[in-house]
Design a binder for this molecule. Sequence first.
Ligand code: FE2
Length: 351
Amino acid sequence: MQIPSARRVLLALLPAVLVCALGHDAGAGETREVNVYSYRQPYLIDPLFKKFTEATGIRVNVIFAEKGLIERMAAEGRNSPADLLLTVDVGNLMQAKEAGVGQVVHSQALEKEIPAAYRDSEGIWWGLTRRARVVYASKDRVKLDAITYEELADPKWRGKICIRSGQHVYNVALIASMIAAHGEAETETWLKGLKANLARKPAGDDRMQVKGVYSGECDLAVGNTYYMGAMLKNDKEPEQKEWANSVNMLFPNTNDRGTHVNISGAVLAKNAPNKDNALKLMEFLASDEGQEMYADVNNEYPVKEGVPWSPLVKSWGPFKADPISLNEIAALRKKASELVDKVGFDDGPSS
Ligand SMILES: [Fe+2]
């Protein structure tokens, strides 16, 4: 089929139009735009960006993708329109740092608002929200009000635990926190014990593990806190509310070092054409107002002390967060990932 010629021209122009729409600063004075590359879903960030635009007059252009944004920034190099990268987990934030797509930020406001444990010691990545990695326990079959990560390797849970891939960034960071607490050898033994306790081969995301408890395949599941909110509020798939209502949320290690916490965060792009506006956006996201809104929209915890938690998040109760710096967790990620392979964790319980 022949494409009408006017349409062909339009199609040919499209990439250029998109780049123009992303507000490149031509160097002639201040722009009123900022370009965000986001791994976070638009519905999570749009309300915040709307508020930011109302307050500052700076328009926020967003490119959302589930994969490949860091690689894209690296490939675009000096021509990249990206000003700010938004992503989750210290593992992905470190990937951006190691790919060289970020730049060091010096901001007294950010240093004041964001605790040192939740930002890069060299100033490349900055945590903006927190999530805890908890144990979801069957309301019917598990009568417990406290648990530790260590206890997940207890043979009494043989065949009872569901968890996603050990190589997923969320679990790599959790295992890194175990190495920090106990050393590599003890963590290897623990990981073998946890593998032996799995109900099935690791597969699916955190939500699928809770579904496994609901369906009776397992009694305990490991997952991040905000999935509880995501399931409870899911009107598109209301059956998820039943999954959520079939479990209690236990914050592990509340009586010793505390529960493992990770972050979502931001990286200022190395070649940010609208650097000042990007900094303003980062500072807005770290402000009391930005923190409260950002945490609320995805049922997460603010990184800043003293910012109120949303009513739903508050209903899960207070917990003690492992105070370890995510810089330390990041440094142990490689060892953690090697242990996952070494014990054949993702092969599941029977091998
Ligand atoms: Fe997630």
